[in-house]
Design a protein around this ligand. Structure first.
Ligand code: GLN
Length: 204
């Protein structure tokens, strides 16, 4: 089966995720299409979706304007795997408060029962890289790139914690939905994108 994975192309680092997913497919020896998606029509055709890092308030508002939000919600309800990275994980959460500003009343998709603290590690200039372990999904060592990253401050009972950094939860999973605070598309290591590609091919 050839799979089609979309990268939501409203705002954020779309191209880097397209490259990383294509690399994952190549390394797995699988065929598939990786495409930028914006419209409901494009989203309805997907087998998997990546919501990239960027600015979650912008992605949320524009997803209402271009009606992609409804299509994404329907597809996830039908079981489509989705990978939310940084702002993308914020989009998937039920509650997101900024560390300084508090509640920004931003539109969220509300699929992961998690409460997020946005900009949890500081501003852009406080960006950093750190070694992360995700033992439960067989990725014992991964270079986490954190850029104005959120952390997960509380989780519901059905949320699996994949990783913590300095006691803060930075990667979670629930069924076919995964979210990371850090940016795997900004490293050379395609392990996490390969994990997601496998989820998509198994769901298909
Ligand atoms: N701080 C951004 C937000 O709250 C996320 C940053 C990122 O995606 N790198 O939306």
């Amino acid at each position: 089966m050839s799979i089609t994975i979309g990268v939501l192309a409203i705002q954020g680092d779309v191209q880097e995720n397209i490259f990383a997913t294509q690399k994952a497919l190549d390394e797995l020896g699988m065929s598939g299409n990786v495409i930028p998606v914006k419209t409901p029509d494009e989203i309805y055709k997907l087998n998997g979706l990546i919501i990239p890092g960027g600015e979650s308030t912008t992605i949320g508002q524009l997803s209402l304007v271009n009606r992609s939000r409804t299509a994404i919600k329907e597809k996830i309800e039908q079981g489509m795997p989705v990978f939310g990275i940084c702002a993308g994980m914020i989009m998937l959460s039920t509650t997101a408060n900024d560390r300084i500003v508090g509640n920004t009343n931003q539109p969220l998709l509300e699929f992961l029962d998690i409460q997020l603290e946005r900009n949890s590690f500081g501003r852009q200039r406080n960006s950093f890289e750190a070694s992360i372990s995700m033992d439960s999904i067989n990725i014992p060592k991964f270079n986490g790139v954190f850029i104005r990253a959120p952390s997960v401050s509380s989780i519901g009972p059905d949320i699996e914690v994949l990783s913590k950094y300095e006691e803060k939860i930075v990667a979670v999973k629930k069924g076919n939905i995964i979210g990371t605070s850090f940016h795997p598309e900004l490293t050379q290591d395609a392990a996490l994108h390969k994990y997601f590609v496998n989820l998509v091919s198994q769901a298909g």
